[in-house]
Design a protein around this ligand. Structure first.
Ligand code: AP5
Ligand code: MG
Ligand code: ZN
Length: 216
């Protein structure tokens, strides 16, 4: 099973991908995570993309598509994939078709998380992750069971993203509306688009996604 999670910044793509990985053994391919890893490692690529990411603009189609291609090549044929934050432009959607064909994979569903933009800023400015294992949390919506301790690995170290401030979030949303939203009809026309209410509780969103994947 190969799926795309689509939605604006803060829609819950990463949160739901993390659950699918835990529940179904799928593999999450997040271009945002890959790009942040390059940025933090200070590679040539990381230094080139830092300003673009920190401004909330999109990195070039060539860079993200080659990251996806490389990461997909490392997987076993039987491992299901969740594309998180990719594709984000019509050009990327076209490239993904070619990449999937070359890797003998087919796209089963594109799941759009429908959200109310006004709520997203609150989600994003309250977000943080475990610095050690990457588990995601939120100041209000998803606190660790024991305050200051990661549920997954027990670490006490947490971090926040450089682009998680209100001004950059507005730019990221504008990029989504201008460049990513227009690709939704492509998948709708293929009959693989499914819409989920992303404003529901995290658990309810997971249940709705599971029902789609299980064909219920
Ligand atoms: P990326 O990392 O993909 O960021 P994004 O699309 O802006 O999305 P987010 O990660 O902010 O949101 P999410 O939907 O994952 O939300 P989350 O689950 O964390 O991209 C970052 C940058 O990299 C881009 O701006 C661009 O520069 C570059 N980039 C990446 N991919 C690219 C591409 N393909 N092409 C070009 N450039 C690219 O949830 C947010 C918070 O809300 C969390 O704290 C969570 O706990 C909480 N939450 C989640 N669901 C719920 C819920 N149902 N109710 C209440 N709270 C919830
Ligand atoms: Mg994310
Ligand atoms: Zn952790």
């Amino acid at each position: 099973m190969n799926i795309i999670l689509l939605g604006p910044p803060g829609a819950g793509k990463g949160t739901q991908a993390e659950r699918l990985v835990a529940d179904r053994g799928m593999v999450q391919l997040s271009t945002g995570d890959m790009l942040r890893a390059e940025k933090n490692a200070g590679t040539d690529l990381g230094n080139r993309i830092k300003a673009v990411m920190d401004a909330g603009e999109l990195v070039s189609d060539e860079i993200v598509s080659s990251l996806i291609d490389e990461n997909l090549a490392r997987l076993d044929a039987g491992q299901g994939v969740i594309f998180d934050g990719y594709p984000r432009t019509a050009a990327q959607a076209g490239t993904l078709d070619g990449i999937l064909a070359r890797h003998d994979r087919k796209l089963d569903y594109v799941i759009e998380l429908e959200v109310d933009e006004d709520a997203l800023v609150e989600r994003i400015v309250g977000r943080y992750t475990c610095a050690k294992c990457g588990a995601g949390y939120h100041d209000k919506f998803k606190q660790p069971k024991v305050a200051g301790t990661c549920d997954v690995c027990g670490s006490h170290d947490f971090k926040r993203r450089a682009d998680d401030n209100e001004e950059t979030v507005r730019t990221r949303m504008a990029e989504y509306r201008a460049k990513t939203e227009p690709i939704i009809p492509i998948y709708d026309a293929r009959g693989i688009l499914r819409r989920v209410d992303g404003m529901a509780d995290i658990e309810d969103v997971s249940v709705a996604i599971a029902a789609i994947l299980d064909g219920k």
